[in-house]
Design a protein around this ligand. Structure first.
Ligand SMILES: *Cc1c(COP(=O)(O)O)cnc(C)c1O
Length: 346
């Protein structure tokens, strides 16, 4: 029996460009970004830099390539160490490729429940005289999408101040953090040397990420992007969608409101464990007693609700612009149905 998918909560990358975005893409002025004369890409990079409070920014195909290019551009010497939290996208999905392509090994450090890096572990991972890249992820994906306040970043900057350090912010969902905290994006990056920012998650762009930093850093990043084959030609078509995405940042508040409602409603289901992060954004996780994350995922999928399995029995729901408040009772009803049908495979 095939089950119709009614709700897809796997990721905010599941958003598709809507009519307004496609109209802007169709109308985009283009040049050839390899020659630096695509006016729409240039506008996106200028607007991105301004919003992120950095001197310059660079349009890249993905967040993964932004993080890789950031490490390559920030690692001037052999013996550079990358330090990132254990429960981050970089540690879970990117570290082997970063090590392979940049030679920079990852030292993983524990994080607190909010997603902030353990200061003692960071300190221990630093060596006087050596070069380090320290990366903070905000929002913290595996801390239920918690938004870390700018003071967390500032404390980290103070801690690593005595060492040669490049502070990189994996801000794939930094717009969610800024909206949840009611702060401008530029406040969120104030003590970072570089930031990677996704246009293709909750903001709804089809493709792309911005890497922002100093003029000099972005100059190096631009060369590295070319070496990796990430230079694109008439990419103004994609940048036009990115410009629409940047104007939609305030709309993320609607996703956060639905996620808050979802957390409440899932939490009302008998036995459901729904952790509360300090500052929720668009992610909700849930587990049921005695059920693995894989089984819970399958049983929700059998009721038309798609989620991703995480660890320790938890599955994640990511709310995005494709969802409405009416999605919430449907999702809660599916979870309730899983509980009511007991522990079998049904
Ligand atoms: C999605 C994500 C990335 C990677 O972005 P892609 O565009 O999918 O390559 C990196 N870091 C974090 C925290 C993410 O959520």
């Amino acid at each position: 029996m095939t089950v119709e998918t009614r709700l897809d909560f796997r990721s905010d990358t599941r958003t598709a460009p809507d009519r307004a975005m496609r109209t802007a893409m169709a109308a985009a002025d283009v040049g050839d970004d390899a020659y630096g004369d695509d006016p729409t890409v240039n506008r996106l990079e200028a607007e991105g830099a301004r919003l992120l409070g950095m001197e310059a920014s660079l349009f890249l195909p993905s967040g993964t390539m932004s993080n890789l290019v950031a490490v390559l551009a920030a690692a001037p010497a052999d013996g550079t160490t990358l330090i990132a939290g254990r429960r981050t996208h970089i540690a879970l999905f990117e570290a082997p490729a970063i090590q392979r392509f940049s030679g920079t090994p990852l030292t993983q450090v524990p994080q607190d429940a909010d997603g902030a890096l353990d200061p003692d572990a960071v300190q221990q991972a630093m060596t006087a005289g050596a070069q380090h890249i320290v990366c903070l992820e905000n929002t913290s994906m595996l801390s239920d999408g918690n938004a870390l306040s700018p003071s967390v970043q500032a404390d980290l900057a103070t801690l690593v101040g005595p060492y040669a350090t490049h502070l990189h912010l994996d801000g794939a969902r930094l717009a969610n953090a800024a909206v949840a905290l009611g702060r401008p994006l530029s406040d969120m990056t104030a003590s970072a040397d570089s930031v990677a920012f996704c246009l293709a998650k909750g903001l709804g762009g089809p493709v792309g990420s911005l890497l922002a930093g100093t003029e000099e850093f972005i100059g190096r990043a631009r060369e590295l992007r070319m070496g990796l084959g990430g230079t694109m030609h008439q990419s103004g078509v994609l940048a036009a969608a990115g410009l629409v995405a940047l104007r939609r940042i305030p709309q993320l508040a609607a996703d956060h409101a639905i996620a808050a409602l979802l957390a409440t409603e899932l939490g009302r289901v008998d036995g459901a464990d729904v952790p509360s992060p300090s500052r929720r954004t668009n992610i909700v996780t849930v587990r049921l007693p005695g059920m693995t994350e894989q089984l819970l995922q399958r049983r929700l999928a059998g009721r038309g609700v798609l989620v991703l399995p995480l660890f320790d029995g938890y599955v994640r729901f990511v709310v995005h612009r494709g969802h409405e408040a009416s999605s919430v009772p449907e999702a809660a009803a599916a979870l309730r149905d899983v509980v009511d049908s007991g522990q079998g495979e049904a």
